[in-house]
Design a protein around this ligand. Structure first.
Ligand code: ADP
Length: 485
């Protein structure tokens, strides 16, 4: 185990239920490996149905006292959690890069980004206000209060091992809910470290629980158990659809942050250098493994060649390697399946007529490293245009006019993030309103922050994370009619 941490107790490996770490009920474990070289970082308890049930029961038992605490107390505890996350930023980033592969600078950034949601919801915890509404008769008043939805289950992916949990756990705890988290099997160590710090911050036993292991078993119990009132999920659209079906049996509320197929439109009046800069950060962050990554660069005819030239130059300068090393921009993909999927999308698109302007295959480093790649002459029928790529591949498509750009951008079942570059204020409004997406970045390539509502439409999901709206997913509105006044 080569990980050298300042605080080695952050490297936990058990299931965390009702305030204590233990082995899984089955006694089984699974290996968490480093995608750079396949080395085992830790053996981790492989949770299943029994562990999950115990975690749900603990969450249910703990919730009454937690929701009854004054909002200020929950706020103070969340604020203390934020402080501890930031105080341990370096250790948390090391754990993340080891299990996930992203460059250390990006891991540090994600810790701060995840923590910003904890800080934000520490503040919002004090603002879960209700309404008093004039009644239908002189002696009646309508009172609305917002109450915690109940025990929350969270299922999270490996691409943001910290932030996807922070964006769910922080509003849940702020609202007075307790939570059971199933982190991705690839990246449970980041989740465990967060729980360890939550406990140190004063989150009571049972309010936060984490069980890693079999997705099918844990997911099955989380979605079937009637004590769970809400499922919040970030991951792929197919798994999201399965989970929605599974939740139907007990009519759970769901929030779904699913796949994307983000268009990045460059109009001829755009500042091309700014557009290339935006495309680079949006496309290649986390080796292209984010649901808001630009998936399709859609560029107007008259600036197409100039844009491609600048993009190829910038992409060729990216350094691929072990994320622990200084100056590396692109780490490995998460696993062999990811590498095979990206290879197939590129190969099939090239076979269908796309041209390789840069890269186009696995990297010389071997393993799961893929070359930063630019494809040109991409058309709307090609696999790289239709599917979420989740790799460092930038496909570039041409368009003639604004109507065609909008039609191309909306030609997908997904509707999470979109981007466009123009300096025409009329076009900013027209295109901004016409894009069928939950998020629109205008002359910006990085759109996510704790103050803004993150979420998709169409098959990209439902619900919003962060912002003043983010609490809504974790509360129910209760209406009380005050009569006889
Ligand atoms: P990704 O493509 O980002 O890995 P997935 O949807 O496959 O997205 O995985 C996201 C999360 O969903 C992970 O924690 C994974 O273990 C979990 N998951 C996958 N399949 C299921 C399932 N059938 N039931 C519950 N959780 C699942």
């Amino acid at each position: 185990m080569a990980l050298s941490l300042t605080d080695s107790s952050l490297l936990q490996t058990g299931v965390y239920i009702d305030g204590s770490w233990s082995d899984a009920d089955s006694g089984e474990t699974f290996a968490v490996t480093n995608p750079v070289n396949g080395d085992t970082i830790a053996e981790v308890a492989k949770g299943g149905v029994a562990d999950t049930r115990r975690a749900i029961q603990a969450a249910d038992a703990a919730m009454g006292a937690w929701r009854s605490r004054p909002a200020k107390e929950r706020s103070d505890i969340l604020r203390a959690w934020f402080d501890l996350l930031m105080a341990n930023q370096e250790d948390l980033a090391m754990i993340m890069t080891a299990e996930q592969g992203k460059p250390l600078a990006e891991s540090r950034g994600e810790i701060a980004y995840g923590a910003s949601y904890v800080e934000w919801f520490a503040e919002q915890a004090k603002r879960i206000n209700g309404d008093v509404i004039p009644g239908p008769a002189a002696d009646r008043r309508i009172v609305c209060i917002r109450q915690p939805v109940g025990v929350v289950a969270a299922i999270t992916p490996w691409n943001f091992p910290n932030a996807m949990i922070a964006r769910k756990a922080a509003p849940a705890l702020a609202a007075g809910c307790s939570i059971v988290i199933k982190p991705a099997t690839e990246t449970p160590l980041s989740a465990f470290a967060m729980c360890e710090l939550a406990t140190r911050a004063g989150v009571p036993a049972g309010v936060i629980n984490v069980v890693a292991g079999s997705a099918r078993d844990i997911g099955g119990e989380l979605t079937a158990n009637p004590l769970v009132r809400k499922l919040t999920f970030t991951g792929s659209t197919p798994v999201g659809k399965t989970l929605i079906e599974q939740c139907a049996g007990t009519v759970k509320k769901t929030s779904m942050e699913l796949g994307g197929n983000a268009p990045f439109i460059v109009f001829e009046d755009a500042d091309l250098d700014a557009a290339v800069e935006g495309a680079m950060v949006s496309k290649y962050r986390n080796a292209g493994q984010t649901c808001v990554c630009s998936n399709r660069l859609i560029v107007q005819d008259s600036v197409y060649d100039a844009f491609v030239e600048k993009l190829v130059r910038a992409t060729a300068a990216l350094k691929v390697g072990n994320g622990m090393e200084d100056g590396v921009n692109i780490g490995p993909l998460i696993n062999q399946q990811a590498a095979s999927d990206v290879s197939k999308l590129v190969d099939d698109s090239v076979a269908a007529g796309a041209s390789v302007a840069l890269g186009g295959g696995m990297h010389d480093l071997g393993g799961y490293f893929y070359q930063p790649t630019v494809l040109t002459d991409v058309t709307a029928d090609m696999p790289v245009f239709r599917n979420e790529i989740f790799g460092p591949v930038a496909p570039v498509t041409r368009f003639a006019d604004e109507d065609e750009a909008i039609a191309l951008a909306n030609d997908t079942e997904f509707g999470l993030a979109s981007y466009f570059y123009t300096r025409d204020i009329g076009r900013v409004w027209r295109v901004g309103e016409a894009l069928e997406y939950g998020i629109v970045g205008i002359n910006e390539g990085i759109i996510s922050n704790a103050m803004a509502p993150f979420g998709g439409i169409k098959e990209s999901g439902s619900g919003r994370e962060g912002s003043i709206y983010g609490i809504d997913d974790y509360v129910e509105i209760k209406y009380m009619l005050m009569g006889g006044l």
